[in-house]
Design a protein around this ligand. Structure first.
Ligand SMILES: Cc1ncc(COP(=O)(O)O)c(C=O)c1O
Length: 396
């Protein structure tokens, strides 16, 4: 191992808290769909930053916006105004459902905001409970990890905050029976990411929306992973002909720069008055400038069209791999949020692909997540699928 790499690993081992499983690769440069490690090896990245680098690594428009903004103004505390937060909020409101926005720095923080807002809303009727879906993922803070419908993430931290329960996904009867007089909100990922790329059924979401209307319950969509074109629409809810009351965003929102947001319908949002919620770094000039560049690029470069065309192309390629390799049981997903379900554990495939220069992800033990940048092109997909084909063939 080269001395430079040894030094990086040593620093991590000695000084960084070991809460992550790491690949052992040290990356030093990125451009578009590609990354380079410290030894100069090139990788095709089909899981860029867990959907953070949704427009690819170091997109020139985002780099330019960050550089320009850093020269002018980096941070302003939220007891003052600056132009870019208002501009971004206006833009997010216009491209979604016309709500108002609270800015923060991550997906978990956006969901925390949604939990607090839902509790404020429920208060007048003595309601505080939130129902989430089994196999969901909403973050790692104490409340969001409790709301996450996977006990493995929350169990070590018991006792957990009160008022959270989860029900099977896409099962309306189970949800309906879980609702009681204290239910204030329901949270759903329209496509479950970490849970294994499970797409919500249209009829199910329509029933959930009707139930929420009937019972005066807030419907929250966690679009932290699905937002900004990933599913072929700007926001995944737009695939389902319904509108949530609250939507949470992060990941691609900043194109690599940390920013999270919670958008809520105006009448709900207005319950957050001074003193109810805050985030010191939330909505800084630098984060907002990066985010404005992300949205402008998606619109200017017609990237939603690219997601639909490339999503279909990749889906067909994955289906062809399924025909060829009996190990692949199923192909699923929406837009460029795709997965292969394997007959058996899949970490070996992720590791082998990485050795061969392709980065993908395995979740839930046997679901191979493939979520390239929404700027991906046909040549890159062909290159990635050749590697995947070769690696799948290595284990007959
Ligand atoms: C759907 C969803 N919600 C919330 C989160 C948490 O986001 P963060 O890690 O930025 O706190 C994630 C992260 O993977 C996610 O996929």
């Amino acid at each position: 191992m080269r001395k430079e790499k040894e030094e990086v690993l040593e620093n991590y081992n000695n000084y960084v808290i070991g809460s992550y499983t790491r690949s052992g690769i040290v990356f030093v440069k990125g451009k578009g769909s590609y990354l380079w490690d410290i030894d100069g090896k090139k990788y095709l990245d089909f899981f860029p930053g867990w959907a953070v680098s949704g427009l690819g690594h170091c997109h020139p428009a985002i780099v330019e916006a960050i550089k320009k903004q850093a020269d002018q103004l980096i941070h302003i505390a939220n007891n003052h105004y600056h132009p870019w937060q208002g501009l971004l909020a206006k833009k997010l409101s216009e491209i979604s459902f016309g709500g108002k926005v609270f800015f923060c720095n991550s997906g978990a923080e956006a969901n925390e905001g949604a939990i607090k807002l839902t509790r404020l809303y429920g208060k007048k009727k003595g309601r505080y409970k939130i129902i989430s879906m089994e196999n969901s993922f909403h973050g790692r803070t104490l409340a969001t990890v409790t709301m996450t419908g996977q006990a493995k993430y929350s169990k070590p931290f018991e006792p957990l905050p009160a008022g959270f329960s989860s029900v099977p996904f896409n099962n309306f009867e189970a949800l309906k029976s879980a609702v009681d007089g204290e239910t204030a909100g329901i949270i759903i990922e329209p496509v479950q990411g970490e849970g294994g790329i499970n797409v919500a059924e249209k009829e199910y979401l329509k029933d959930v929306r009707d139930l929420c209307n009937e019972k005066d319950i807030l419907l929250m969509f966690d679009e932290v992973q699905t937002g900004f074109g990933r599913t072929g629409k700007l926001f995944a809810y737009q695939n389902f002909d319904i509108v949530p009351d609250i939507m949470t965003l992060a990941k691609t929102l900043g194109g690599g720069f940390p920013i999270g947001a919670m958008i809520a319908k105006k009448e709900v949002a207005d319950l957050m008055v001074p003193g109810t919620h805050a985030s010191t770094f939330g909505g800084s000039p630098l984060a907002c400038a990066a985010s404005l560049a992300v949205i402008e690029t998606i619109e200017k470069d017609n990237l939603l069209e690219n997601v639909n065309v490339m999503g279909n192309y990749l889906y067909q390629k994955l289906l062809a791999l399924k025909e060829k390799h009996p190990l692949v049981k199923k192909v699923k997903g929406l837009g460029l949020m795709l997965a292969m379900e394997l007959d058996g554990e899949g970490n070996w495939l992720v590791n082998l692909c990485a050795e061969q220069g392709l980065l993908i992800n395995c979740t839930q033990g046997n679901i191979i997540r493939i979520m390239p940048a929404i700027t991906v092109n046909e040549n890159e997909i062909d290159e990635g699928m050749e590697i995947l084909d070769r690696c799948l063939g290595a284990r007959k």
